[in-house]
Design a protein around this ligand. Structure first.
Ligand SMILES: Cc1cc2nc3c(=O)[nH]c(=O)nc-3n(C[C@H](O)[C@H](O)[C@H](O)COP(=O)(O)OP(=O)(O)OC[C@H]3O[C@@H](n4cnc5c(N)ncnc54)[C@H](O)[C@@H]3O)c2cc1C
Length: 455
């Protein structure tokens, strides 16, 4: 592949930074990844990624992209105890208070602890001859050209030492949602990107439990997206052969308590008893961990009229959303593909091209996660007619998809970022939604066996 520069610097070595560095490694002689944490010797959660203690699963699109970037990666994760799963057949998805009917699909996701997923990406990346990593390296700010029209490098402190300059042809910020890019840009005379913030105040509480192969009838995950009346949500995911991870919580301070009995009672208030049954009866394998997810946050870099050359922002530093649909790592993977495309074109305005394509890719997961949050009556945010219609329609689709695997899989293809949202408005899908709502319920009533959570 054509080399377009000597040196690229990536700030942050979590999933976003690692995948961005992989994309850059095809185009720069050397890529340096600066991470303020130290990398753990074993695949265990680390301080810089506090969400790593909580349930993480990789959607189909994310798995495919990472596999393409690092061939054989899925097998390596599986060899470390992870598991492939058919997202439509092996996972119970509950949204709008009902369970989607399960059936085989080509949506192959990957389940393993967050640390295992990241650890395998990190090791594969650091094997590349032109990638180097510096741990304990905390980036303090940017170095700009005279007149601040371009970024020339970063100021970094390594192991608490004095600040030093490191120059580069490109700097990419993947430092997560706490990214200082808006402030750094402001210091250089640029305006901050517009921020869209949808406050949800979700407190997730997490615990690991002993897993038996017969649990959940062999299914490997339950995912509950919040819905009325209590809006509680969360996930129970396969972590390894003998371990489940359960992360559950509610909006605006309605966190699940970190007390065994109260946690079980809370799990019992979800619209399925499957998580409760494990929490109440299985052996706990960890203490409780908690995470407060305050708000969906999107920084609109694509709308800035002025932006310095040789600088990019990536992953959660651009956008992070309610993690219940498990989309963050997949969005980072998708952005890595878009970054490769933008670099391959090797023209001017790299940032403009990258941010505008990333923004289109972010629209779908943002609309799914934030759209569902906006159904909650206390969540503040604009609800234009389009959002109201989509939420109404997706609710109807879920009702029909309790019995219709075609509809269930169509929804999951969109949620897994494998199909665009308009695919759900295809006339054949709309017809099935109408049919399912008009006649499905009638059929249930005739059969006198209404089932809220049919599988
Ligand atoms: C509770 C929870 C559950 C989630 N579950 C899922 C899931 O199931 N599936 C999924 O796909 N996604 C999930 N996500 C989202 C996922 O964790 C992120 O989208 C993903 O980690 C990508 O983030 P990132 O690499 O951009 O940023 P982060 O993961 O936040 O990483 C930022 C990195 O930058 C480093 N850093 C920060 N500042 C500096 C600095 N100044 N200098 C050097 N280094 C710095 C940090 O130490 C860290 O390593 C979840 C998120 C949460 C909160």
């Amino acid at each position: 592949m054509t080399r377009i520069g000597q040196h690229a610097i990536v700030i942050g070595a979590s999933m976003g930074g690692l995948l961005a560095a992989r994309a850059l490694s095809d185009f720069y002689e050397t890529v340096t990844v600066l991470e303020r944490d130290h990398f753990p010797e074993r695949d265990v959660p680390r301080k810089g990624v506090p969400q790593g203690r909580h349930a993480h699963g990789l959607l189909a699109r994310g798995r495919e992209v990472i596999e393409a970037l690092f061939p054989g990666w899925t097998d390596e994760v599986v060899a470390s105890g992870g598991r492939r799963g058919d997202i439509a057949a092996d996972v119970r998805w509950i949204g709008h208070g009902v369970s989607l009917k399960t059936a085989p699909s080509d949506l192959l996701g990957l389940l393993a602890s967050r640390a295992v997923l990241e650890g395998h990406v990190r090791r594969r990346l650091f094997k590349l001859a032109n990638v180097r990593a510096i741990a304990g390296a905390s980036v303090q700010g940017l170095i700009a050209s005279e007149g601040n029209s371009a970024i020339r490098g970063v100021r970094v402190r390594i192991e608490g030492g004095p600040e030093q300059a490191m120059s580069a042809d490109l700097v990419l910020d993947a430092s997560g949602r706490g990214s200082l890019s808006p402030a750094w840009l402001e210091e250089l005379g640029y305006i901050r990107p517009e921020e869209e913030k949808i406050e949800i105040g979700i407190g997730y509480t997490t615990r690991l439990y002993r897993r038996r192969p017969t649990d959940l009838g062999g299914k490997v995950a339950v995912v509950v997206a919040g819905s009325g009346p209590n809006w509680r949500n969360g996930a129970m995911l396969y972590q390894s052969d003998d371990c489940w991870i359960v992360s559950i919580g509610g909006y605006f301070g309605d966190a699940a308590p970190d007390d065994a009995q109260m946690f079980a009672a809370y799990a019992g208030s979800l619209p399925t008893q499957e998580i409760h049954d494990i929490v109440a009866h299985a052996e706990p394998l960890s203490d409780f961990a908690s995470y407060n997810y305050s708000a969906n946050l999107r920084r609109r870099y694509e709308r800035l009229a002025r932006f310095p050359e040789n600088y990019l922002v990536f992953g959660d530093a651009v956008c992070s959303f309610n993690p219940v649909y498990g989309q963050g790592m997949t969005v980072a993977a998708e952005e890595a593909v878009l970054l490769q495309t933008a670099l391959r074109a090797n023209g001017a305005d790299l940032a403009k091209r990258f941010f505008s394509s990333a923004s289109v890719a972010i629209d779908t997961p943002w609309d799914i996660a934030v759209g569902n949050d906006l159904r909650h009556p206390q969540v503040q945010g604009a609800r234009p007619a389009k959002v109201k219609f989509i939420n109404w329609y997706i609710g109807k689709l879920h009702l029909a998809a309790q019995r219709d695997t075609h509809l269930a899989n169509a929804f999951l293809r969109v949620a897994n970022l494998k199909a665009p949202p308009p695919s759900l408005l295809h006339p054949a899908i709309v017809a099935r939604v109408i049919w399912g709502n008009l006649f499905g319920r009638e059929r249930d009533q005739n059969n006198a066996q209404p089932k809220r959570l049919a599988s």
